[in-house]
Design a protein around this ligand. Structure first.
Ligand SMILES: Cc1cc2nc3c(=O)[nH]c(=O)nc-3n(C[C@H](O)[C@H](O)[C@H](O)COP(=O)(O)OP(=O)(O)OC[C@H]3O[C@@H](n4cnc5c(N)ncnc54)[C@H](O)[C@@H]3O)c2cc1C
Length: 437
């Protein structure tokens, strides 16, 4: 099938090198787009299916992109851009969302219904990639991961068919989609069961950076013992020039509008001597989401490592402080536990139900970061935090077989591979943390 024939079908907008505006359209996606030969922006699931069939028939490598926040959508073949499929429909507490919707758009659309979904912490992240890989955000302790609210999806398979998938229709595929990333097909609609939410208490507590070790200890205790309503993220940032001194901040969201209850839950943190300032206010969930601004100046590269920590021992806390110093980078630590940990491990393919903290260290440098510089630091991180520990795939900016084996326990990865062999034996959907069939 030629591009012209593809255009005459249900595919939606199709651009090739021969079309005016093609180079600008691709450049607009940034380096993560690669150098595709075809750019397809489908209008519906049939359009997606037609594009998938075309890519397979022509032997074009497929890139699938929704919110575009990962590094894995690049291709030299056919880039499928789903940002246009961004509808949000509300029927009672059932919310049907197109894959290209962004979480800020979802929060804003649900607020008038006094509804909300567990997502991430950032407005601009896409619904598709975050949900299929997990979704750790401000409601993770109150309601679980983003994928825990999923009750069904519409999926375009590697056979180019449009399928409805849920716990009754193709239950094993539904299990695999919740944590298996983009490995199993293109999701063209997500059906979520939303939660009622009148508002949140949210804000930040600024601390003296010298108090990092103690603050980490309190954060781990909160993850183990605080009411589910409380979720918190610690961010330790090194000095980055005279205008950005070293800082330590805990940002927090309480699922509810009672500031007294929120402050009571946060009491161990607020009691630390290192607390310098705090701002906790009652507001809308949509206002608690963030818009990170890329730093000014030359483009920066990032090298990162993360760990889902189950046993937050004193040694593990020392290791986090040590890694923060060694990487000369940012240290993020998010509380897990609560509702996310009560979902049975075998209910979804996402692994990490018994983790207490999700820790990530990230170093930023202008230009390329030579891997030789970071390999010893990565090795130190893994040694200190446990070689056998799991990593969170959505927080990885690179992928390889080692990453995939660190994302899942062996039995989960084997189960995922069996589902992959059934639904995508030729590995058409490979632009992700790839589960090899
Ligand atoms: C600034 C920033 C903040 C973040 N904050 C959080 C956070 O708070 N919590 C959290 O859990 N994660 C967070 N993340 C990580 C985020 O979850 C991942 O980057 C996620 O992959 C982004 O999804 P996307 O749709 O925007 O990305 P995309 O790059 O479009 O897609 C990501 C992956 O999913 C595949 N994919 C895309 N659409 C589909 C589809 N419709 N069907 C099947 N596969 C598809 C892609 O091929 C790719 O492999 C953050 C990332 C950034 C950059």
């Amino acid at each position: 099938m030629t591009a012209a024939e593809l255009r005459s079908g249900p595919t939606g907008s199709v651009l090739t090198h021969a079309d005016e505006g093609f180079a600008e359209a691709i450049a607009g996606y940034g380096p993560a787009a690669g150098s595709p030969r075809l750019l397809v922006r489908p209008a519906d699931a049939e359009g997606v299916a037609s594009a998938v069939r075309h890519a397979i028939a022509e032997g074009l490598r497929l890139g699938v992109r929704s919110g575009g926040h990962s590094a894995f959508t690049g291709t030299d073949g056919l880039l499928l851009d789903l940002r246009g499929l961004a509808g949000i429909e509300v029927a009672g507490d059932l919310v049907c969302i197109g894959p290209g919707a962004l979480w800020g758009e979802v929060a804003a659309a649900l607020a008038p219904h006094a509804l909300a979904l567990s997502s991430g912490d950032t407005r601009s992240v896409g619904v598709a990639g975050l949900t299929l890989g997990g979704g750790v955000g401000w409601m993770v302790r109150a309601w679980g991961l983003a994928l825990d609210a999923l009750v069904g999806v519409q999926l375009v398979t590697a056979a180019g068919e449009v399928l409805e998938v849920d716990a009754d229709r193709e239950p094993e595929l539904f299990w695999a989609l919740r944590g298996g990333g983009g490995n199993l097909g293109v999701v063209t609609r997500f059906d979520f069961r939303a939660h009622r939410l009148e508002g949140v208490v949210h804000g930040a507590i600024d601390l003296d950076p010298a108090g990092l070790r103690d603050a980490l200890g309190v954060l781990a205790d909160l993850a183990r013992t605080a009411p589910d309503e409380l979720t918190a993220t610690l961010l330790a940032t090194p000095a980055m020039g005279p205008e950005m001194p070293e800082s330590l901040r805990v940002t927090t969201v309480w699922a509810g509008t009672d500031p007294v209850a929120a402050r009571a839950a946060l009491a161990p943190l607020l009691a630390l001597d290192s607390v310098r300032a705090e701002s906790l206010t009652v507001g809308a969930y949509a206002d608690a989401l963030e818009d990170p601004h890329p730093p000014e100046g030359p483009p920066m590269s990032m090298a990162e490592e993360n760990a889902l920590l189950t046993d937050v021992s004193s040694d593990a806390l020392d290791a986090l402080v040590g890694a923060h110093e060694a990487f000369a980078g940012m240290l993020f630590c998010r509380t897990l536990g609560g509702a996310a940990s009560r979902i049975p491990a075998e209910a979804t393919a996402w692994a990490g139900r018994d983790a207490v903290l999700l820790a990530m260290v990230a170093a930023f440098r202008p230009g390329e970061i030579p891997e030789e510089e970071f390999a010893p630091l990565r090795a130190q991180w893994r040694r200190a935090l446990g070689d056998a520990g799991l990593v969170y795939g959505n927080f990885r900016t690179r992928t390889d077989a080692d990453t995939v084996t660190r994302m899942y326990p062996p039995a989960t990865l084997e189960r995922l591979r069996a589902v992959k062999r059934k639904w995508d034996p030729a590995n058409v959907f490979a632009g992700n943390h790839n589960v090899v069939p």
